[in-house]
Design a protein around this ligand. Sequence first.
Ligand SMILES: Nc1ncnc2c1ncn2[C@@H]1O[C@H](COP(=O)(O)OP(=O)(O)O)[C@@H](O)[C@H]1O
Ligand SMILES: [Mg+2]
Length: 345
Amino acid sequence: MIEFDGISKRFPDGTLAVDNFSLRLPSREITVFVGSSGSGKTTLLRMINRMVEPTSGRILIDDEDVASLNPVTLRRRIGYVMQNSGLLPHRTVLQNIATVPLLNRVPKAEAVARAHELMETVGLDSALAKRYPAELSGGQQQRVGVARGLAVNPNILLMDEPFGAVDPIVRRELQEELLRIQRELAKTIVFVTHDIDEAFLLGDHVTILSRGGHVAQHGSPDEILSNPASEFVADFIGADRGRRALTLRQSEGRTLVVDGTGRIAGVLGAETATGPVSVGAGGRDEHLGEITLGTEAADLPDLDTSSPNSGELGSSPEAPEVDTPSPNLGELGSENEAPGVDTPR
Ligand SMILES: Nc1ncnc2c1ncn2[C@@H]1O[C@H](COP(=O)(O)OP(=O)(O)O)[C@@H](O)[C@H]1O
Ligand SMILES: [Mg+2]
């Protein structure tokens, strides 16, 4: 279990990114933090592995205060996947995946074997092992990013808008793939997104955040959909859904197309109906059967003002929040920390 206990983060320039945030995230399930840009999602995520240090409060992992753990070791045992995959451009797919295990002194042969295994896990053809990131599609790069996040076999996987930069169809594939992987591996996943549909699709638990990391609502997708806690939440889930998402629902042998406000927008031909299926009260909980039409909002990149810290793995703990825009070299630290990655023994 990951527990946020009264966590606040004020950056040196005075920005209060997170204001007294408390939440328990159950193990082996997916918790999604969803909110618009600037609501504090990334800051919350990075405090878990101490890429950002809180100003006050505690974060416990299985009752252990992360502040008492060595940040570098902590980061090496928590998987981290970011939006632009964060791959090292001058290293092959295999080397990218094996980097952190090698940093952890896993013998090279073992790290390589494990990297091949992980490529299979995330649905990458082994023929791609020797390619460089630039020679992959966006979706393939993200798969490598996920494989790399899993490489140290972490209990915890942090994912920061990992599928935000790929087109909607590929994103859908990656989402399904993540759910499949999670059914097999059952990690404790903290997933950040600004896309409410993605949150409802992936999350066992969804936390809707407003500015300052304030919890507007926390619950299962069904709880939130059937009982929005406030107008803010209703707007957040409703505006999006009304505009973009239609849901298919079975009723009396017909397939109804229902819009985000619960109104029936149409009926599909009888041959597509799979028979009567009962629908929960309120009828708005069928999020898994959702189809998404239109892409305008889903395609907008998060206008994220922050970027990954450089040298996260090797940075000194006292300067963690100096955000220099170097996403590709980001969390893997400097070159000289990866002995044996490039040079075959
Ligand atoms: N290193 C930083 N220095 C100053 N302000 C920051 C820094 N990183 C993030 N912020 C600010 O903190 C707030 C939350 O940012 P962030 O956690 O990145 O939000 P999100 O991931 O939800 O878009 C924003 O107002 C952002 O501008
Ligand atoms: Mg962010």
